[in-house]
Unconditional design. Structure first.
Lengths: 314, 234
């Protein structure tokens, strides 16, 4: 399928999902869907750098929080409208991604992963001590009195925004994967020295990859303060984001856009169900248990397992 | 005729260790040059400096009349300098054919059919669709050469393409290199298998402890006293 067709299909599905706001009455479904879709964006974004390029990023929370706090800054400054906050947060997080890209010059493998984790800690400390965005106390981002774009409730608007962000993330990931850029990134993942010797401008491609990945992660965070109408550092920098955005592609499969989507839907929905039927503290335990199961039984994720099974049948 | 590759008083250090010093090397278009030397003499370091995987501290590398000393490895590849690696480094997640598409898309800007033509020429056509991780040693060596060829090089640096191969397998790879040379590609061969280098090279350069100790026809080099001392000890 051509990328243009794919993108069209993704966005048609997105608008169909947004249309559900007219039919479904129960608010809970939109809140749950918002959280699941947020993980679709994060997992897809993580996979552009982690799965396609082979650089493991433990700093998802840092990019997510950059998006969230861009919204806080713009809200405090002039009560910026949501589309502007989303755009600004995406750009700022993309620039942070570009900066992280330069780390790949000297840091590979485990060392790069540790550096991204350190980035998360440094940013956390910075935000905690930044009074303008509320510091450790947190900040309120209140919903506007009238919901824009003709939605009946603010939750619906946020849900619709997250649906569109997930569609964007998937379209970007698929476009990267099937392009010349995708093959270059795969070459870097397999062997950076050989990639360079084959004419691949490795540094430039890695910068593109970290920028895209960071921008999409930040985008997912921009609506976070609006969703709870309150944000504080320990929730924006939660370990949950880093763990989930790694676990979801691992479980779904890291070689294609479909893997993180399947992983995020599966883990995200299971977590939502557990949250209402058992208790929310079990969530990380479940992620951990599933990770152990998949790493031992299906190291290439669900997608890898499916293609191995198909090959056997032929 | 002017040289295709010219290395001018090149030097490379790793901390306090001098790996290469004052290397002067000229390679004419179409030439077959053998580079020999004992383990640790600096052969691979020299290849890495020529190809841009390592930066030399002093001296210059001039390729096709252009000073490429400051260029990154991928830019040198695009200008027509290709190499194969001593230990095969296939793109393991890709098929054999896809391995060739990387340099074709990024360096030579050709099409898929060229990749297939190269695989046919080198005898890997039957394996085109298979994952490259599952090849045998000799097939991996061939893939290394095929991938280097896919960049459409003027100069091919073959870093021990035959190390560890059985004699029969050496006889499979050597003719490939001869054919490439006949097609107009200049080749620098780094090799430990003496009879292969001697048979292949028009000129042999011997490195020892980071310096060129001898240069000449294969016959001259084996008789040279310094070379014998370097290999066999005093």
């Amino acid at each position: 399928m051509r990328n243009r067709t794919f993108t069209a299909l993704v966005f048609v599905s997105a608008f169909a999902l947004i249309g559900a706001t007219l039919l479904v009455k129960n608010e809970f479904y939109f809140q749950a869907a918002y959280t699941v879709l947020q993980f679709v964006v994060l997992a897809t974004a993580w996979n552009i750098l982690g799965g396609y390029t082979g650089y493991v990023n433990f700093g998802t929370a840092a990019f997510f929080a950059i998006g969230a706090y861009s919204t806080v800054v713009l809200y405090n400054a002039f009560k910026a409208p949501l589309p502007l906050s989303i755009l600004a947060g995406t750009i700022v997080a993309g620039l942070a991604g570009l900066g992280v890209g330069y780390l790949t010059l000297r840091l590979r493998g485990v060392f790069f992963a540790i550096a991204t984790l350190a980035l998360s800690v440094v940013l956390y400390t910075f935000v905690v001590n930044w009074d303008y965005v509320g510091g450790a106390r947190g900040a309120y981002v209140l919903a506007p009195r009238e919901v824009p774009f003709g939605f009946s409730r603010y939750t619906h608007l946020l849900y619709a925004a997250m649906v569109l962000m997930a569609a964007t993330a998937l379209a970007v990931a698929r476009a990267v994967e099937t392009s010349k850029l995708g093959r270059g990134l795969a070459a870097i993942r397999d062997d950076e020295l050989a990639a360079e010797a084959s004419g691949v401008p490795t540094l430039r491609l890695k910068l593109v990859s970290t920028t895209l990945s960071g921008a999409l992660m930040g985008m997912a965070g921009t609506t976070f303060p609006c969703y709870l109408s309150f944000v504080e550092p320990s929730s924006a920098f939660s370990l949950n984001y880093a763990v989930n955005s790694i676990a979801m592609p691992l479980i779904g499969g890291m070689m294609s856009w479909l893997g993180p989507l399947i992983g995020a839907l599966l883990l995200g929905i299971v977590q939502q169900v557990v949250q209402v039927s058992v208790r929310s503290e079990w969530n990380l335990l479940i992620v951990g248990a599933l990770l152990v199961v998949f790493v031992t039984l299906a190291p290439n994720g669900i997608m890898g397992w499916v293609s191995a099974w198909r090959r056997k049948r032929i | 005729m002017s040289a295709l590759l010219e290395v001018r008083s090149l030097g490379k250090r790793f901390g306090g260790f001098t790996a290469l010093e004052g290397i002067e090397l000229k390679v004419a278009p179409g030439e077959r040059v053998g580079l020999i030397g004992p383990n640790g003499s600096g052969k691979s370091t020299l290849v890495n400096c020529i190809c841009g995987a390592l930066r030399n501290e002093s001296g210059a590398v001039v390729f096709a009349g252009e000073d490429v000393t400051r260029l990154a490895a991928h830019q040198r590849t695009r200008r027509g300098m290709a190499r194969s690696f001593q230990v095969p480094r296939p793109f393991a997640s890709m098929s054999v054919l896809e391995n060739l598409l990387v340099p074709i898309e990024y360096a030579s800007k050709g099409g898929d059919e060229e990749a297939m033509a190269i695989l046919k020429d080198i005898g890997l056509a039957a394996k085109a669709g298979l994952p490259s991780g599952g090849l045998t040693q000799v097939e991996m060596r061939k893939l290394e050469l095929a991938r280097a060829m896919a960049a459409k090089p003027k100069l091919l640096i073959s870093d021990e393409a035959m190390a560890g191969l059985a004699p029969a397998e050496v006889d499979e790879v050597l003719p490939i290199l001869f054919r490439l040379n006949e097609a107009g590609i200049t080749i620098i061969m780094i090799e430990h298998i003496m009879h292969a280098v001697m048979r292949f090279s028009q000129r042999v350069v011997c490195l020892d402890a980071g310096r060129i100790i001898c240069e000449g026809t294969p016959g001259e080099v084996v008789k040279n006293a310094d070379v014998q001392r370097a290999y066999l000890g005093a």
